[in-house]
Design a protein around this ligand. Structure first.
Ligand code: SF4
Ligand code: SF4
Length: 134
């Protein structure tokens, strides 16, 4: 084989890739488009200005990572609600079981994937933090 042939073949591949659409993004200025069923950070759904969660304890029961904490109380109409709803994102494996288990569609998973933080305690998402997520 001509010793130049492999060099020419290599250059052909290099040139071909130079004109192809890049597969990388200039993150964070360019944002990735996540898949439709992407499972990112959780959020609590709201109905009539109140969290939809009725503190039934299904999601902490099915959670394989045991990272959901719920504490229940009753309001004046004897309706249950969660006084505490916390998710420890350091333990969450983003399986989505909590969303599937919820009978009232109170919890969802968003497209948010940037969860980096400096303190361990900041990975514990309280009800207030989860309510503001879209
Ligand atoms: S996504 Fe899975 S691991 Fe994370 S809180 Fe829900 S059930 Fe638990
Ligand atoms: S989020 Fe849904 S499953 Fe979890 S405690 Fe609230 S109502 Fe029950």
């Amino acid at each position: 084989m001509n010793p130049i042939t492999p060099i020419i073949n290599g250059m052909k591949i290099t040139l071909k890739h130079m004109f192809m659409k890049p597969v990388t993004l200039q993150y964070p200025t360019e944002r990735p488009k996540v898949a439709i069923r992407f499972r990112g950070l959780h959020a609590l759904n709201v109905s009539h200005d109140k969290a939809k969660c009725v503190a039934c304890y299904l999601c902490p029961t099915v959670c394989p990572a045991k990272c959901i904490t719920v504490e229940a109380a009753e309001d004046a109409n004897h309706d249950k609600y969660a006084t505490v709803y916390e998710i420890d994102m350091l333990r969450c494996i983003f399986c989505g079981y909590c969303v599937e288990a919820c009978p009232v569609d109170a919890v969802k998973m968003t497209e948010e994937f940037e969860l980096a933080n400096y303190n361990r305690k900041d990975f514990i998402y309280s009800k207030e933090r989860l309510l503001v997520k879209k």
